[in-house]
Every structure is written in C-alpha cells, then in structure tokens.
Design a protein around this ligand. Structure first.
Ligand code: F6R
Length: 242
C-alpha cells in the first residue's frame, strides 16, 4: 500500500485531485469509480476548480458509483444520486448517460444488483476506485462480515453506519435501513484504489487496516491483497500511527 500522510483535509483533497487530474489528462476516457460521504467533497470541489480552469474535461469520462440507499427517491436530497449531482456532476458538464449509480428504487432489487454488476464488467474495470472508510471498516456499504467474494448486493446497514450518517438526516430513524452496494469482489476488480481518510474518527480503522490481517470482520482489510492501493490520510486521521 502506497501511503501519503498530509497535514490537513485541504491538502488531502488537492493530492487526490492531482492523481485524478493526471489520470484524466493521460486517459481522457477514464473510468472513475466514485464515492459519496463527507470525505470526497473537498476532492470534488478541487476537480470542479480544475475543470473550470480548463485543466481537465469530463466529456469522455465515465463514472460508476459505489452505492445508493434503498427507498429514497433519486431527487431526495440525501440520495446518492442527488449528492453526486450537487457535489460534482452538475458542475463538470459530464453527459448524464456516462454517470452510473445503482437504482435504489428498482422494483426487483436482485435484478438491479445483477444489472449493475454486468455494467461494471461492461464499462469497467474502473481505472481508479475512490473509497472512504467507515469507522467500522466498511468500504462501499460492505459492512463487517460481508463476504470478500461478494458482488453488487443488497445490504442491511449496521446501526453504527446509520448513526454516523444520521447527521445528514433529521434523525437516525430517517436513515434508510438498506442499501445497494458494489461488493468487495466488485471493488477489487478496479485497476487502482484511492482510499481517503480524514479526521480523528478514522484513526482506529486505519490502525486496524495497517495490521494487514485480512478478515471479513473488517472489510477494508481486504485492500492489502490489491496490488495498487494508495491511502491518503490527514494528520488528524493518522494521529500517532507509525
Ligand atoms: C460512500 C461509501 C461509504 C463512505 C464511508 C465514509 O459512498 O460508500 O463507504 O465512504 O461511510 O463516509 P464519510 O466520508 O462520510 O466519513
């Protein structure tokens, strides 16, 4: 694992944007695996800035997101469709048909999972998959105990994940109980993985990640078996780690 420790969140966002900028400059038709949550927001702002400055174009880029809640309308402010539109897609002139998220309102969720996995196979693998990390070690919404061989599937969210995400809703009861997520095996198909961790709530998860002990009880531990992972952590997340 390639490790980059930076001083603060702004630097983390800039460093991550540099990596994606270089990728798009060398491969204008790059496939980007994207994530939601608080961590990538600064990176998305940096990408928007670079797009506005003319340094990168998203005309040929295709994106494929990790996950989506089940049961929120696409235009619900907390749906991941709405998140991606607000924080990135509406600002970078990317054709809508080149952006992909699971449909959390599909009538037949198993079929939707299969469709999404086939899509990953068809347009993927991602040149780079962006990941945040849950304080319980989840990646995507693969909660502790998820099989390392899982493909896109429906997952029941851990109570700790619902509580962590309650900050975006009026109360924890409003946080959906289930989501569709790329599986661990789907994520590992990506050519490169860019894992971002910011803030003190991520230190314990990073400590466990660095133990390199692969166990389904800690989903992010699977990353030690991927050949091209870059972890960017800020000082607050890194704390006193070696
Ligand atoms: C988001 C996702 C999640 C988040 C993780 C960290 O699409 O799949 O795994 O990356 O929950 O979230 P933040 O960045 O809000 O701490």
């Amino acid at each position: 694992m390639n490790l980059i420790v930076v001083n603060h969140y702004e630097e983390l966002s800039q460093k991550a944007a540099e990596i994606i900028e270089q990728l798009i400059q060398s491969h204008p038709a790059s496939i980007l695996g994207l994530a939601t949550g608080s961590t990538p927001i600064g990176l998305y702002q940096e990408l928007i800035k670079r797009y506005q400055q003319g340094a990168i174009s998203f005309e040929k880029v295709r994106t494929i997101n990790l996950d989506e809640y089940i049961g929120l309308a696409e235009d619900h402010p907390q749906s991941y469709h709405a998140f991606m539109k607000k924080h990135l897609f509406d600002e970078i002139a990317i054709p809508k048909e080149q952006t992909h998220l699971p449909n959390g309102n599909a009538s037949f969720l198993d079929e939707e999972c299969l469709r999404y996995e086939r899509l990953i196979e068809k347009i993927g693998p991602a040149d780079v998959q962006l990941l945040g990390i849950g304080s319980n070690g989840h990646i995507g919404f693969n909660e502790p105990g998820s099989s390392f061989s899982s493909e896109t599937h429906v997952i029941k969210l851990a109570q700790s994940t619902r509580e962590a995400n309650a900050r975006f809703f009026h109360s924890v009861d409003e946080v959906p109980s289930h989501a569709i997520t790329m599986g661990i095996a789907s994520i590992l198909k990506s050519k490169k993985i860019l894992l971002l961790a910011s803030g003190p709530s991520k230190t314990a998860a990073l400590r466990r990640l660095l133990q390199q002990k692969k166990e389904e009880a800690f989903p992010a531990s699977v990353l030690c078996s991927h050949p091209h992972v870059t972890l960017i952590a800020d000082r607050e997340a890194w704390a006193d780690l070696p």
